[in-house]
Design a protein around this ligand. Structure first.
Ligand code: ATR
Length: 289
């Protein structure tokens, strides 16, 4: 890397695959900025030691992924309101040797829903899952003005805790389809349906005809939930929008520039996702042989 280039990265463990470098390096190139975004593995238990090294090397900032989204908060000089509500930081700006944490996932989700062109009332939303992504989505739905939000989760205590934190309702995982009666928007925030994971069992026939169905999973682009919903003629929103829009806000944090989503970028991402899926499938076949 050119020594004078602005350094950025996604940090986590293991960070074997991330679309963040593609996104940020696309915008960096588009704007002709001398910068480079890379993936950095930070072994378990070494975050504390890694931070001064990143500062010393002159990093302007970084994204944080599993397992450090909560841990990083202990090292931030300041944390924005969204990150505090969600309880996780996904973006850090380094300024004068200090870390400023924020969370861009809520913006990513709300912007994706708005830009999808889907039309919906804001009476009732159902959130499947109660992890970090669910917290970002629920916070966004609240900001959008949904009157009622219901959380359902496999581990009931986590749904209960989230419901209390956000002042929303909860139900059991087993009752997810019953809870979906009359909802305007349903969002899958669990990892179910992702390539290599089991599919989410959800009978979309239980959803009202006006319901918008969102999945934050983008690998595959159309999960079983989304393709079932599409087959039923429901409006669908893939996880790719959230991925792009959260990255746009991170980029703004670092460069004071809000980059655009574009057809070129969408094609690049979809191509990359397809190529990665092909490679993973070939590896599985190889492994099975
Ligand atoms: P993230 O930060 O990406 O949201 P997470 O905090 O690990 O990741 O949350 C994953 C979510 O997927 C949780 O709601 C989890 O349910 P539990 O709280 O019961 O673990 C949900 N999830 C994962 N595997 C699941 C499965 N097989 N069935 C139902 N829910 C599942």
């Amino acid at each position: 890397m050119d020594n004078s280039a602005i350094k950025l990265a996604v940090i986590g463990y293991p960070v074997t695959y991330s679309l963040s470098p593609l996104l940020h390096n696309h915008w960096i190139a588009e704007r002709g900025i001398l910068a480079q975004y890379e993936m950095l593995k930070i072994s378990k238990g070494t975050l504390k030691q890694a931070i001064p090294k990143l500062i010393a090397k002159g990093y302007r900032g970084f994204n944080i992924t599993i397992p450090y989204k909560q841990d990083i908060m202990n090292f931030c000089e300041r944390i924005d309101d969204t990150a505090r509500h969600i309880g996780a930081v996904n973006t850090v700006l380094i300024k004068d040797g200090k870390l400023y944490g924020s969370n861009t996932d809520t913006f990513g989700f709300t912007e994706s829903l708005k830009q999808s062109g889907a039309s919906f009332a804001k009476n009732h939303a159902l959130v499947l899952g109660a992890g970090g992504a669910a917290r970002a989505v629920t916070y966004g739905l609240k900001q959008m003005g949904f009157k009622k939000i219901t959380i359902v989760n496999r581990t009931l205590e986590k749904a209960q805790e989230m419901a209390q934190d956000f002042g929303v309702e909860f139900n059991t995982w087993e009752h997810r389809e019953i809870a979906a009666k009359n909802v305007d928007v349903v969002v899958n925030t669990t990892s179910l349906g992702m390539t290599g994971q089991t599919a989410l069992e959800f009978d979309v026939r239980q959803l009202p005809g006006h319901c918008v169905v969102c999945d934050i999973v983008y690998k595959p682009l159309y999960t079983k939930l989304l393709s079932d919903a599409r087959d039923r003629g429901l409006q669908t929103v893939t996880g790719l929008g959230m991925l792009v829009h959260q990255a746009r806000l991170s980029f703004l944090n670092w460069f004071d520039i809000m980059p655009d989503d574009s057809d070129v970028l969408q094609h690049k991402l979809q191509h990359e996702i397809e190529e990665h899926a092909k490679k993973a499938a070939a590896k599985n076949v190889e492994g099975a042989a």
